[in-house]
Design a protein around this ligand. Structure first.
Ligand SMILES: [Zn+2]
Length: 256
């Protein structure tokens, strides 16, 4: 049984309107995105049948012609799961479905969408937040997602939004900061000409992607682990890129 299966999740997939076509299936899953509603949600629509009506209305809005910036709109509601104010979790879409929820190609292609039916400065209830974290942890386990890739919508670089708002984002960030680091984000240093990404932690390994994996000053490097490898200039640390392409020596990045 998967970690998500062990949670009591109610399946609403057949209750939410869908188009006859689908955007597709994610090529890879290594991230989770948390969303909120934007405008405040009345209390009666934060759980139970009111929440179902809210999700049906959201689906219809996202599927309208021109919705989500697409001529024909979306293929259905663009969240995989919603967490109600009473702590109940509902599944809205197939877990492997690619959805248009981030305004960011990496986020849409690689992340699961979690929704909180709250807006403005509305806060979660205690049971709602603990259920949200339980769902996040189960999804991290099932899909092998690192905590640095559990993001608020606005944290995706291409997005332009305030989602998930001024109350929920700091809660998510506080949780993430309280976790043992599973990597981090840095940049290729300004004073290097280029940084080769090697297939292993040493210069005797080939440059990855058939010699094409080269990064340049200022490029963002997301890493999941720091591995001991060949010592260069007294430093044996190699950063493993979270997308699995390969390893970059620690002397080539800004800070760790
Ligand atoms: Zn959002």
């Amino acid at each position: 049984m998967s970690a998500v299966d062990a949670l009591k999740i109610t399946d609403w997939r057949s209750k939410i309107p869908r188009k006859t076509w689908s955007i597709g299936i994610r090529s890879k899953t290594d991230a989770i995105t948390l969303h909120y509603n934007g405008p405040e949600v009345i209390t009666s629509n934060q759980s139970g049948s009111g929440l179902l009506n809210q999700m049906i209305a959201d689906a219809q809005w996202q599927m309208r012609p021109g919705g989500l910036g697409a001529t024909n709109g979306g293929d259905g509601i663009q969240y995989h799961y919603v967490i109600a104010s009473d702590g109940l979790i509902y599944q809205l879409r197939d877990a492997n479905a690619k959805l248009w929820h981030c305004g960011d190609s990496d986020g849409n292609e690689h992340s699961l969408a979690l929704h909180l039916p709250l807006g403005g400065s509305q806060n979660t209830t205690a049971v709602q937040w603990s259920a949200t974290l339980n769902l996040i942890k189960a999804l991290m386990s099932d899909w092998n997602v690192k905590n640095i890739r559990v993001l608020g919508h606005l944290e995706w670089p291409q997005s332009s939004t305030v989602c998930p708002g001024p109350v929920i984002l700091p809660k998510l960030q506080a949780w993430r900061n309280g976790q043992e680091s599973q990597g981090g984000i840095t940049h290729i240093a300004k004073d290097v000409a280029a940084a080769n990404v090697r297939e292993g932690p040493g210069t005797n390994y080939p440059i990855a992607l058939g010699g094409k994996a080269v990064m340049f000053p200022g490029d963002t490097l997301v890493y999941d682990t720091i591995t001991k490898g060949q010592t260069i200039g007294g430093d044996n640390r190699w950063l493993h890129r979270s997308d699995g392409v390969g390893f970059v020596h620690a002397s080539l990045v800004d800070s760790l």
